[in-house]
Design a protein around this ligand. Structure first.
Ligand SMILES: *[C@@H]1O[C@H](CO)[C@@H](O)[C@H](O)[C@H]1NC(C)=O
Ligand SMILES: *[C@@H]1O[C@H](CO)[C@@H](O)[C@H](O)[C@H]1NC(C)=O
Ligand SMILES: *[C@@H]1O[C@H](CO)[C@@H](O)[C@H](O)[C@H]1NC(C)=O
Ligand SMILES: *[C@@H]1O[C@H](CO)[C@@H](O)[C@H](O)[C@H]1NC(C)=O
Ligand SMILES: *[C@@H]1O[C@H](CO)[C@@H](O)[C@H](O)[C@H]1NC(C)=O
Ligand SMILES: *[C@@H]1O[C@H](CO)[C@@H](O)[C@H](O)[C@H]1NC(C)=O
Length: 341
């Protein structure tokens, strides 16, 4: 077995998730008294009167949300349907958390989510959506649909969302065709996660603001020439557990100076692709690599100029420590973690 110790480094974990640790899935403190207008099934803490906590209550429905609520927590219930009327007095709702329910697309009635014109976060993971609710607020900054049954993501879904910074679509049934054009023109997008879908290629038309692109566990065989050159900010690219072969990696496609982490583990590569000397983490474990091409990593060897590489995973390939050229150490002097097996 090949250990995956270092796989989940950095990226999103430090940048985009931590700020939510205090609310995600966290029930409100039980001792806090509720404000008078609160739905009887829920809690609205007096010291945070714009929030209504209805999470973890075995609810089968969305309670009527009283005027004044801006943050609504409904995660971890048994909700199957969003009936019209429930949001009538809170069309200025900012956060709607619906993770871990049982909602299908056909049970979201008109006049509910589509009327929330100020919505900034829509967290809808682990439900049964087959397509995103529509239309969605132009004010969204975060969208999460992890673990649904999305087969469709129409190209207009996200249009004019100038503040949208992260989109989580992992664990759905999306194909390259079904997301074609969906991310075009998003000015603020930093994170796109399309892992665990049925993509045959990396998403097209992704905006140049992107910092993190996660496409693990798809069916990607190749990367278009110049793909990364159009993403000058991209720091984290994960394409592990796909079907990449050497012939699908055009020369220099990863030779971009912004990239810090490149995960190509669990593919079918036979050689180490050329990377930029600024890259810090390169994951190539479980491929079919049978030689150590130092020049793919080190384009120069001088005492003052060396690769920034810290992690290089080569376990689960056909190379060993002895495959490394003797002059490697000068260039790989920052590499604290070179793993062969
Ligand atoms: C919305 O607010 C109005 C005025 O406060 C009230 O009469 C009405 O019952 C509320 N509707 C819902 C669905 O709560
Ligand atoms: C979810 O909904 C389906 C019908 O859409 C139902 O068969 C299933 O029992 C529900 N699951 C839960 C946990 O409520
Ligand atoms: C985007 O954010 C800015 C700054 O917070 C705000 O002024 C603007 O209205 C937002 N855009 C949308 C479409 O909500
Ligand atoms: C890699 O990119 C650098 C600029 O970042 C460029 O100078 C160099 O020629 C490129 N190498 C190859 C082999 O394309
Ligand atoms: C190191 O090598 C790169 C690429 O060949 C070059 O652009 C850079 O100027 C060199 N830096 C030093 C300090 O020699
Ligand atoms: C693995 O490497 C050894 C030595 O370089 C070579 O003889 C052998 O054919 C390689 N095996 C495969 C499956 O590529």
């Amino acid at each position: 077995m090949f250990p995956l110790r270092f796989l989940l480094f950095g990226g999103l974990v430090s940048l985009c998730v931590c700020q939510y640790y205090d609310y995600d899935y966290g029930p409100a403190p039980q001792s806090v008294p509720s404000t008078p207008n609160c739905a009887q099934e829920c809690e609205c803490p007096i010291n945070f009167p714009t929030a209504m906590y209805c999470n973890d209550r075995n609810l089968k429905f969305v309670p009527i949300v009283p005027t004044g609520i801006k943050y609504l927590y409904l995660q971890n219930n048994l909700i199957e349907e969003i009936k019209s009327g429930v949001f009538d007095n809170v069309t200025d709702l900012r956060w709607l958390v619906l993770d871990n329910n049982n909602i299908t697309s056909d049970k979201i009635q008109a006049g509910t989510i589509d009327k929330l014109g100020s919505l900034e976060k829509l967290l809808f993971s682990n439900n049964k959506l087959s397509k995103p609710p529509s239309p969605l607020s132009k004010s969204l900054d975060e969208l999460k649909f992890i673990g649904n049954q999305l087969t469709s993501f129409p190209s207009g879904t996200l249009s004019s969302m100038e503040n949208l910074t992260s989109i989580h679509l992992a664990k759905n049934r999306l194909t390259s065709e079904s997301i074609a054009g969906a991310f075009k023109g998003l000015k603020s997008l930093m994170l796109l996660d399309v892992s665990e879908n049925k993509l045959k290629k990396l998403p097209s038309g992704v905006p140049p603001s992107l910092l993190m692109l996660y496409a693990d566990n798809n069916e990607i065989e190749s990367i278009p020439s110049g793909y990364l050159a159009k993403l000058p900010e991209l720091q984290y690219l994960r394409v592990s557990h796909n079907k990449l072969v050497d012939s699908g990696i055009p020369a220099g496609v990863f030779n971009v100076s912004s990239l810090l982490e490149l995960d190509l583990s669990f593919n079918r590569l036979q050689s180490i692709p050329e990377v930029n000397e600024g890259l810090e983490h390169l994951y190539l474990q479980v491929n079919q690599i049978n030689k150590f091409d130092l020049e793919s990593i080190c384009k120069f060897t001088s005492p003052v100029n060396y690769s920034k590489l810290k992690t290089l995973r080569l376990d689960g390939n056909n190379v060993t420590q002895s495959s490394m050229p003797v002059d490697s150490s000068n260039c790989l002097r920052q590499a604290s973690e070179i793993i062969f097996d």
